[in-house]
Design a protein around this ligand. Sequence first.
Ligand code: AOF
Ligand code: ZN
Length: 446
Amino acid sequence: MSFRLTEGFSFGGVLSKTVPPELSNEVTPWIPEKERNDRYWMEQALLTSMNSVGIANPNPAVGCVIVRNGVEIARGSTLAFGGKHAERVAIESISDKSLLQGACAYVTLEPCSHFGKQPPCTQTLIESGIARCVVALADPNPLVNWDGIRLLKDKGIEVCLGLCASEAMAWNYNFIMSQLLNRPIFAGKWAQTLDGHLADDEFTSKWISGSSSRAYTHWLRQKYDAILVGAGTVLRDIPELSVRSCSQPINRQPMKIVFDPKGRLLNCSEHIQKQLSEKFLASSTPLIIFTQEKFLVSTHNSWAESLKESEHILFLTFKEEDYFWEKIVDYLKSEVVKRHFGKPLQSILVEGGSKLLTQLLAANLLDICHVFIAPILIGGVANRIMNPLSLSLEETAFTSSKYAGGKLSLASQYKLVAQNRLGNDICMEFIPQYLAEELVRRNIFQ
Ligand code: AOF
Ligand code: ZN
């Protein structure tokens, strides 16, 4: 079985459930199973897990449905980081525990077998008296990693593994990939025209994708711990980078990260300062600004001082000679970022602009891409990704990696995992070929 999503399913879960009800008929429908069979109940477990969007990270948001004689008796999803796991939430909701005898539990991830912040779910399931457990995907956490499945089987519980594995994988991609890569993962998100422009030559990008694409993007934002943008995008668009126009629940607002190698935020005009204060900096969500040390040390205007003193803002610096993407990854894994964010940082959604996306693509750091393609043509020359001509010499040096240079034989290869329609746009979601191969090598997919 290959890593491929059923129609209407996306990395954000069931697509039609990620946009507000008035937009749900604009997107590729998802056809649920109608018979009350294993697939039907696993799909219910997947839908349940969507309620925990954004709250469990860096734990996976797992769903669990318990069924007895074809009738649902409980369901639950993982609570906030460090809180109860899905299986316990479901089991604790049943007042008459005798109902669990001989029941079947459907879980979207292998039940854990270790003592972490919570006791092992395998023990809870074994003690509950269930007879069968259907699991979508094994947990790559080295503390679990098939041990949960082995423990359940040892106690005579029938275990079936692999139902809706692709959908569970996509939903928990940040958790699973960050386990495999041992670093926070980077996701690229952009909207482009048919001729590959992310904005026109006047840098207008607002109307490339439609309202349902934007609603899905907002839903996706809460799946990620942080949103990364370049300083150019901040100064030009004065974005809010918040979760607002998607479906409920809206569980959290992600942290913001600005990549500002030239210290432009510290030195912006008073007019821009005012706009930033009213919008981009208006909320108290944490913000990280990556800049070069020389700019932080040498800039002393009152605006820069107020940014440096703000408790919501953390400046992290690099030197010109650093290979800075490596340095940035180290920073993102560090204690100082963990303290600023409040827990370990697992995932970053990169929302542009085209130069920043180009640098991350060329550095081979984008572990998944959500790309919206709108059927419009604008021509022009600016705002395309992977176009080295659009980078200054200094920016190319920062990237320190190879471009395909217009040669098909050197092209970066990706595996398409999902494609769905949103209004007049198509959303393609794909992962680097080498990560798709890694999933096969580890027996997660064939
Ligand atoms: C489950 N069900 O709902 C989740 C699981 O520190 P702890 O005790 O919270 O354990 C975290 C680990 O448990 C996490 O890294 C992952 O391996 C697993 N998550 N397991 O049985 C759940 N969220
Ligand atoms: Zn557990």
